[in-house]
Design a protein around this ligand. Sequence first.
Ligand code: UD1
Ligand code: UDP
Length: 382
Amino acid sequence: MIKILAIFGTRPEAIKMAPLVKELGRYPGQIQCRVAVTAQHREMLDQVLRLFAIEPEYDLGIMQPGQSLFDITGRALAGLEKVLAEEKPDLVLVHGDTTTTFVAALASYYLQIPVGHVEAGLRTGNKYSPYPEEINRRLTGALADTHFAPTALARDNLLREGVPEENIFVTGNTVIDALLSTVSDDYLFTQPELNAIDYPGSRVLLVTTHRRENLGEPMRHIYLALREIIESYSDVRIVFPVHKNPAVRQVVEAVLGGLERVHLTEPLDYQPFVNLMQKSHIVLTDSGGMQEEAPSLGKPVLVLRNTTERPEAVEAGTVLLVGTGREDVLRETRRLLDDPGHYHSMAGAVNPYGDGHASSRIAGFIQYRYGMTKTPPESFGR
Ligand code: UD1
Ligand code: UDP
């Protein structure tokens, strides 16, 4: 029997770890999987825990309004020392590139507990973009013992950095496991405002922004472009679930508040959110996870960033890296709205990120690593 502790803290980590926590719970004689959350996010984390019915054994409750990177790092590290000392897991699983991820890997290393890094190996090569996620992910990679790379490209990044091949396993991304179990064609929203939208008759732009490097002027430029779009196309609507960060809210309200056909909402629960994505026409975002989900649903994505650590869908043609310049966002959004040929060339569904079986591959590889099975599972993309 091996004792695993899954540690996470923010919305996207929870969405992507939930299917894995559920999967690991299917082997009660072999694997015990418990959960510790730093709660770097509060409401946005809790809504995911509720949806997937996950009750963490530990909750550090570290979130503070307007928290700095120093706040998160210090509070999570101190809290996790106690959790790990009490729990004494055989293996810690962390996900992705948040500050919780890096700190959980560091705390485990200090106590010489092996670390499995889920969604390992993504890179932009630019230490300030995304900030601080590129470095969080690289540092977590340096501390990890097993690297669950979602794609072959991520595996190749790790190999280039000298990670031994036997410590890397290509799994597909668990976000596709979560997505496929959550989207349904006949979904009805509980929010009357979202149910009232005539989806076939209007073109919905689904927008989210939250990256630290986009706070301030870059976000203002993005929103100014969106305002111009709304003023020029009478059939276009914007649905924008606004991140809880007050620094984001301030600028959104100032530029897009009170406009006709612009729906500024609270962050949506995962289920309504991905079902809204399925009904949308175009996705505009600086999110990492949405760059993986939207191609799977056949939605063109304009990425509001200068770099991406997820180039697979860019190469497949469904995702375009636009940056944050007002003119660039305006031009590329107009092109998708005005040119049906261009729209359809970007709207083909592709699945470079996963097939819905990433969690069972990760569980299988852990069983193999710990001598519970004789052969490893087939890797993703084989
Ligand atoms: C964090 C991660 C980022 C990830 C993102 C997902 C770091 C440094 N950043 O960024 O990698 O892409 O989460 O969304 O790890 N807030 C609330 N309630 C919530 C969540 C946030 O009020 O449930 C507010 C708080 O004022 C908080 C602020 O948002 O201080 C920022 O949260 P923080 O986790 O520091 O940064 P994110 O931009 O959310
Ligand atoms: N998401 C959600 N509700 C929202 C906005 C996003 O459930 O209102 C989901 C989205 O489907 C994706 C994840 O949150 O799975 C992405 O989170 P975010 O953009 O905050 O972080 P990132 O992926 O950039 O780290």
